[in-house]
Ligand binder design. Structure first.
Ligand code: ATP
Length: 227
């Protein structure tokens, strides 16, 4: 479970100070799903970075299961991230010279274990996103939607508690967008993940049961029971 208390993030640009997050209080239950929307520069990616421990707040606390990520040493934060948090970004960030299976295996390397076990788990993760027949394909041999599904498999192969996605459909056309959203929603349901996603897509935001709108660093939560 996430508990954010009075989180601020300020950046200094020359003489100006940007309040990317301004007193954010937020709770996300285990297994919950939150969609984050808002205007450009509103603070969406900054909020996701705080949740993922990719950056630290200027003040306030970001607790994941009672542990304040803001206070962990860099080494402990890296361990928490590797074990608990999967990331998916707009750009798929696959290594072009590695096959789908090898790309997914890279997520398991920091966790130790043997090569055969890594190969088996990567194949299983790719199968779960519908790419069991494409283990040996290079990214260049796959569509954008398929590449993003490889990235999702890579995020989930370590069986994280949390999946954080920053505009995962931003680089995709409509049919691939639906394909990727369907995979993400299936993974969320089947794996009991806590799933937080940033989107610019108003159709996706409209369908969200819980929506965080972030403007000028301030968050407003809307619950949509009908979604
Ligand atoms: N590393 C940084 N250094 C300076 N300013 C930054 C940095 N990262 C973000 N900002 C600023 O903080 C504010 C919030 O940025 P953020 O990227 O979180 O917004 P966003 O809602 O994700 O925007 P977009 O929709 O364009 O991705 C913006 O004014 C941005 O310019």
């Amino acid at each position: 479970m996430y508990t954010l208390r009075d989180v601020t993030k300020r950046y200094t640009r020359g003489k100006a100070t940007v309040h990317a997050l301004d007193g954010v209080d937020l709770t996300i239950e285990d297994g919950g799903r939150l969609v984050i929307q808002g205007p450009t520069g509103g603070g969406k990616s900054t909020l996701l970075q705080m949740l993922g421990g990719l950056d630290r707040p200027t003040s306030g606390s970001v607790e994941l299961d009672g542990v304040d990520l803001a206070k962990l040493s860099e080494a402990k934060l890296t361990k928490v991230r590797a074990e608990n948090i999967g990331f998916v970004f707009q750009s798929f960030n696959l290594i072009p010279t590695l096959t789908a299976q090898e790309n997914v295996e890279t997520a398991l390397v920091p966790l130790g274990g043997g090569a055969a076990e890594r190969r088996r788990r990567a194949a299983e993760a790719l199968d779960s996103v519908g790419l069991g027949e494409r283990l040996g394909h290079l990214p260049s041999e796959m569509s954008g939607g398929q590449q993003q599904r490889v990235a999702i498999a890579r995020a989930l192969v370590k069986r994280p508690k949390v999946l954080l996605a920053d505009e995962p459909t931003g680089n995709l056309d409509e049919s691939m967008r639906d394909e990727v959203m369907e995979v993400l929603e299936t993974m969320w349901k089947e794996h009991g993940l806590t799933f937080v996603m940033v989107t610019h897509d108003s159709a996706i935001a409209r369908r969200a049961p819980r929506l965080a709108t972030i403007r000028k660093g301030k968050v407003t939560i809307t619950e949509n029971a009908a979604a």
